[in-house]
Write a protein that binds this ligand. Structure first.
Ligand code: ZN
Length: 418
């Protein structure tokens, strides 16, 4: 782990992270309590019938509502093959181990659960029960980090979720889940694995280049891109800054402009979070200077060549660590909405400090009257909170159009799983 990454805690921006650190410095136990969500049970009837939720479901077709960004996590205690980095479990890596605790607490997985793997999936399933039939969640596998030679590098691997576990979990609950493969393209058998994932009904492929150490521009990725384009399998790629999963710490690999390489080969690319966090070098300038990663994403969205290929997911976008300019642009650019996809980045909607509704009220995106019901919904169901929040935010009267929530049409699902 690079030294700089130690300073990262969760996905909080500088101010929020500083706040957490200050608190953690003095009384860790108290700060932990602040960060843990209520983990309340199913929605009580009066909340279920709340006018805000009625508004939320208006004009939405649940059968089209796929959450395109949901993480599976586990320790492997059920034989899942999942792993969480050793640093995240060792007290002598305090920041890493707190990161793990906070994320698991956000997913309402008790530290003493008989199986962390199972508790994670059970809680997620319980949350889905508050949604109408038809709604589904795309569960992410997450491959290990590798060096240039294709050797696994456990010390860069924050967590690992094997394809097999994501696919099995989705097959056990096909009415609620679909699965997303994650295959490091530097693996010797990358293409064989990709073919197996396509046959096995994966609906997309997921990479986090800065953490997994993947350079999207590498010529050796061409056969991989050809296969993705031929199968119409979207590549979900995290660009911009990533603080939840520091991994290999190669921030420069998260430059949104690198996505032009797979796009130019006809690969459909879904940029996670619309690259709404951090900066990247503007490589289009003679002397590249840092630019907002989101602005580089916006540039790509407006390049005519990628109109049918480039998409963005709106997960995590309304977290308090994003800039109001990004919120406003996404709401105002209704011409993008056909290409924006709803996602939650579960379990992060349950992680205490990441959402602060006051900031959205101050930015003029949220009316004060909606704050309390949203917070009540969040304490019972962070997934429903995330959806409801995205349905009510407005900029100058403009909301995310219903098409943002009709995501199923972007994915082909293998016959066996449909
Ligand atoms: Zn994510």
């Amino acid at each position: 782990m690079h030294q700089a990454n130690r300073r990262h805690l969760l996905c909080c921006g500088a101010a929020a992270a500083a706040g957490l650190f200050t608190a953690l410095g003095s009384t860790p136990a108290r700060s932990m309590r602040l960060m843990i969500n209520d983990c309340a049970g199913a929605l009580p009837p009066q909340l279920k019938d709340h006018p805000l939720l009625q508004r939320c479901w208006q004009d939405l077709d649940p059968a089209q509502l796929w959450d395109v960004h949901a993480h599976l996590l586990g320790t492997g205690d059920s034989g899942s093959g999942c792993r969480i980095s050793a640093q995240m479990t060792q007290w002598w890596h305090p920041v890493e181990s707190i990161r793990r605790k906070v994320i698991l607490a956000g997913a309402c997985v008790p530290a003493d659960a008989p199986s962390i793997d199972r508790a994670y999936v059970e809680r997620l399933l319980a949350l889905t029960a508050d949604f109408p039939a038809g709604a589904r969640w795309m569960l992410y596998a997450f491959d290990v980090a590798m060096d240039k030679q294709g050797r696994p590098r456990p010390e860069w691997t924050t967590f690992h979720v094997p394809d097999g576990y994501a696919s099995r979990t989705s097959q056990q609950h096909p009415q609620r889940f679909a699965w997303v493969a994650s295959i490091h393209p530097y693996r010797e058998d990358a293409l064989t694995r990709l073919d197996a994932a396509i046959r096995g009904g994966a609906v997309a492929l997921k990479w986090l280049p800065s953490s997994m150490n993947i350079d999207l521009r590498e010529p050796r990725l061409r056969p991989f891109y050809e296969r993705l384009a031929a199968a119409r399998l979207p590549l979900i790629v995290h660009c911009g800054e990533e603080k939840a999963v520091p991994g290999a710490g190669r921030e420069e690999l998260g430059n949104p402009l690198h996505a032009r390489v797979p796009l130019s080969m006809g690969v459909r690319v879904i940029m996670a979070h619309c690259a709404s966090l951090g900066t990247a070098l503007d490589l289009d300038q003679k002397r590249p200077r840092p630019a907002q990663a989101f602005d580089l994403f916006a540039r790509l969205m407006d390049e005519p060549a990628w109109q049918g290929l480039l998409l963005g997911d709106v997960s995590a976008l309304f977290q308090s660590n994003r800039r109001p300019e990004a919120w406003q642009t996404v709401l105002a650019r209704q011409d993008w909405h056909e290409r924006l996809l709803h996602g939650s980045d579960y379990p992060l909607p349950g992680v205490g400090p990441l959402y602060r509704l006051g900031g959205l009220v101050r930015a003029g995106l949220l009316v004060e009257a909606d704050v309390k019901p949203l917070e009540q919904i969040r304490s019972h169901n962070p997934l429903l909170f995330d959806l409801a929040l995205k349905r009510v935010v407005r900029h100058r009267g403009q909301a995310l159009l219903p098409t943002v929530f009709a995501t199923r049409r972007h994915f082909v699902i293998a016959q066996a799983q449909a």
